[in-house]
Design a protein around this ligand. Structure first.
Ligand SMILES: Nc1ncnc2c1ncn2[C@@H]1O[C@H](COP(=O)(O)OP(=O)(O)OP(=O)(O)O)[C@@H](O)[C@H]1O
Length: 567
C-alpha cells in the first residue's frame, strides 16, 4: 500500500518527541476497553441481584465510580492525543514546505498556482484525520469487537451464526459502498483543484484582469467551477447519507433478530435469566457500535488517504540533489567557461546548440541577441536550474555538476527581469541596517524608500504591486550589491529604468562588475559598450564576438542591431 512507501522520518521524529504522550494515549485507550467490558457485566449482576430482591449497593457505587473514571480517562486521552497531534501535523507541514523549497525548477513550473499550498493544507488535515480516526475509532473499535466477540461467542454460543453472518454482510456492503464514495470524492477534488487554481490566478493577477476589463469573464469562469463544486459536494454528501442509512439498517435488522431470539430464550426459560437478557442486549449494542464506528472510520480514512496519496506523490517529486562528492565553490575569483554546451527544454527543440565561450576571472562579458535566442537560458544553466545535455560549464576548471548548488548560487549576485520578492536584506540576511542603506544608496533607491513614512519597513504589496518597474529593478540591484558576490549576472538589469536613473546607477553597476567576473545580458546595447567582450547569440549559437568597436567594424549582426537601436 502506498502509505508504506514512506515509513518516514516523521514517525520517528514524532515518536522521539512525544513518546510519553503516545504511551499515555495507548494506556487510556486500553483502560477504556476494560471499563467498556466491565460495565455490562456489572449491570447483569445488578439486575440478577435486584430480581432476587437483594440490595446490591456496593455494585451500584462501583458502576458509578467506573463511569467517573471513564469520563476522566476520556478527557486525559484527548489531552495527550492533542499534544501528539500538534507535533505530528507540525512536522508534516514543515516537511512538505521544505520539500517544496527543494523542488526542481521544471517540477515547480508544472504546478498550478495555489496547488502546493493546497497540498500542504490538505495533507496536514488528512494526517490529523488519520491519527484521530486510528486512536479514537479504529483501534478502540477493533479491541471492543475482539473482546466483545470472544466473550459473546463463549457466553451466548447459540447466537454465533447470526453474529458472524451480520459481520460478513456489513463488511462487504461497507467496502462496496465506500469505493463508490471514494470515486465521488476524487472527482470532487479534481474540480476543487481547478477552482483553486482559477481563484489564485485571478487574485494574483488582479491588475491584468482590470486592464482587460475581464472581471466578468473571471467571475463566470470561477463561478462555473464553484457551482460544479457545490453539485459534486452535494452528491458526495447525499451518497454519504445513503451509506449511513444502509449501514444502520443492516445493523438494526440484525439487532432486532438477535433481540427477538434472546427474548424468546428468556421467555421459554432455558437458564436464560433477566440479567442474561440485559447483558445480551447491552453487549449486542456494544458489539454493533464498533461496527458502525468502523464503517464511518473507514469512510473518513479512505477520504483522508486520497489526500495522503497526493502528499506522497508530492514527496516523490524530484528535488534538486547534489552529487555526494559535490564541493563548495572556491572563494577566489575564477573564470567561467561554456564548453560546446547543448541544451533544449524539450528534447526535440535545441535552444543552445554548441555554445562555447569563456569569461576570464574579473572580466565583464556581455551577451546580446534577439529575443528568444537563449540568453536567459544560459544563466539558468550556469546556476544549475537545469542541466546541460551536452558539453560542460566550468568555473575555475571545475565542472559545475561537481559544485553544490547552494554554494554556487551563494556566490552569484543576480539582477534579473523576473524578480518577485522585494526584500533588500535577502542579499545578506545578517546585514546591518547601515549596510542595507549603503547598498540602497548605491542602487539609487534609498531616497525613494525614505520618502515613505515606514521607511525600510514599507510594505510593497504582493509581487511588489505598489512599485514601478524601475523601483523594482533598483531594489533588485541593491540586493545584489548587498550580497557582495564574487560573480555577477545581470539579466536586463536596467531595462525598466529611464535614461536619467539608468545613468545614475550604471556607474554603480559598472563598479559592482569591475572587480568581479560578470555576465551581462542586455537588449539595450548602450548598456554593454563598456564590456571587455561582447558575444552575439543567435539561434542558440555564438555568431560574433569582440569588443564594441571590433563588432561594429565587422558590420555583421551586432552592427545591424546597433543601427536598429540608434534609429
Ligand atoms: N521553462 C521553459 N520551458 C520551455 N521553454 C522555455 C522555458 N523557458 C524558456 N523557454 C523557451 O526557450 C527559448 C529561449 O528563452 P530565453 O528566455 O533563454 O530567451 P532570451 O534570449 O533570454 O529572450 P529575451 O531576450 O526575450 O528575454 C524561448 O523560445 C522560450 O520560449
Amino acid at each position: 500500500m502506498f502509505v508504506l512507501r514512506r515509513p518516514s522520518i516523521i514517525t520517528i521524529c514524532v515518536w522521539t518527541k512525544s513518546k510519553i504522550d503516545i504511551i499515555l494515549v495507548l494506556v487510556f485507550v486500553l483502560l477504556g476497553r476494560v471499563i467498556n467490558f466491565a460495565l455490562p457485566v456489572c449491570n447483569k449482576i445488578i439486575v440478577d441481584e435486584v430480581v432476587q430482591k437483594n440490595f446490591c449497593w456496593p455494585l451500584i457505587i462501583l458502576v458509578f465510580f467506573l463511569k467517573i473514571v471513564d469520563t476522566a480517562r476520556d478527557q486525559l486521552c484527548w489531552r495527550s492525543y492533542w499534544k501528539v497531534e500538534k507535533v505530528l501535523c507540525n512536522k508534516v507541514e514543515k516537511k512538505l514546505f521544505n520539500h517544496s523549497q527543494d523542488l526542481k525548477w521544471e517540477v515547480r513550473a508544472e504546478k498550478k498556482s495555489g496547488e502546493i499550498g493546497r497540498i500542504i493544507r490538505r495533507s496536514s488535515y488528512a494526517t490529523w484525520v488519520i491519527a484521530c480516526t486510528m486512536v479514537f475509532d479504529i483501534v478502540p473499535s477493533i479491541l471492543d469487537l475482539t473482546i466483545g466477540a470472544f466473550y459473546f461467542l463463549v457466553e451466548f454460543k447459540g447466537f454465533s451464526l447470526i453474529f458472524v453472518t451480520s459481520m460478513v454482510v456489513y463488511t462487504v456492503a461497507n467496502v462496496w459502498l465506500s469505493d463508490r464514495h471514494t470515486k465521488l470524492i476524487e472527482m470532487l477534488h479534481e474540480v476543487e483543484k481547478e477552482a483553486d487554481s482559477i481563484q489564485s490566478d485571478s487574485i494574483n493577477n488582479h491588475q491584468t484582469v482590470k486592464y482587460f476589463v475581464a472581471e466578468k469573464y473571471e467571475s463566470e469562469r470561477y463561478g462555473k467551477y464553484v457551482d460544479e463544486l457545490k453539485n459534486r459536494d452535494f452528491a458526495a454528501d447525499v451518497y454519504g447519507l445513503k451509506m449511513t442509512f444502509s449501514q444502520r439498517s443492516i445493523i438494526d435488522v440484525f439487532i432486532s433478530i438477535a433481540t427477538l431470539l434472546a427474548a424468546y430464550a428468556a421467555f421459554s426459560g432455558n437458564n436464560f435469566t433477566a440479567g442474561d437478557f440485559v447483558l445480551f442486549t447491552t453487549y449486542l449494542v456494544q458489539l454493533y457500535n464498533p461496527f458502525y464506528k468502523l464503517g464511518y472510520a473507514y469512510r473518513r480514512f479512505k477520504k483522508a488517504l486520497i489526500d495522503m496519496k497526493k502528499m506522497f506523490d508530492f514527496l516523490d517529486e524530484e528535488v534538486e540533489q547534489d552529487d555526494e562528492d559535490a564541493q563548495d565553490l572556491p572563494e577566489i575569483q575564477c573564470s567561467i567557461s561554456f564548453n560546446k554546451v547543448k541544451f533544449g527544454y524539450a528534447e526535440e527543440k535545441l535552444i543552445l546548440d554548441g555554445v562555447d565561450f569563456t569569461i576570464n576571472a574579473g572580466e565583464t562579458v556581455a551577451l546580446v541577441g534577439p529575443s528568444g535566442s537563449g540568453k536567459s537560458t544560459l544563466y539558468r544553466l550556469l546556476l544549475r536550474f537545469f542541466e546541460v545535455q551536452e558539453g560542460t560549464i566550468e568555473i575555475g576548471g571545475l565542472n559545475i555538476r561537481k559544485i553544490s548548488r547552494k554554494s554556487l548560487r551563494k556566490h552569484f549576485g543576480i539582477v534579473s527581469q523576473d524578480i518577485e520578492l522585494y526584500n533588500i536584506r535577502y542579499g545578506d540576511l545578517e546585514a546591518s541596517q547601515e549596510q542595507v542603506e549603503e547598498a540602497s544608496k548605491a542602487a539609487a533607491i534609498h531616497d525613494f524608500i525614505m520618502s515613505h513614512s515606514d521607511g525600510y519597513n514599507t510594505q510593497v504589496g504582493q509581487k511588489g504591486i505598489k512599485l514601478s518597474g524601475g523601483e523594482k529593478q533598483r531594489i533588485s540591484i541593491a540586493r545584489a550589491i548587498l550580497k557582495k558576490p564574487q560573480y555577477i549576472l545581470l539579466d536586463e538589469a536596467t531595462s525598466a529604468l529611464d535614461n536619467q536613473t539608468e545613468k545614475a546607477i550604471q556607474d554603480n553597476l559598472n563598479e559592482l562588475c569591475k572587480s568581479r567576473t560578470s555576465l551581462i545580458i542586455a537588449h539595450r546595447l548602450t548598456t554593454v559598450t563598456h564590456a571587455n567582450r561582447i558575444f552575439v547569440l543567435e539561434k542558440g549559437k555564438i555568431v560574433e564576438s569582440g569588443n564594441h568597436k571590433e563588432l561594429l567594424e565587422m558590420k555583421g549582426v551586432y552592427y545591424d542591431m546597433w543601427e536598429q537601436h540608434n534609429k
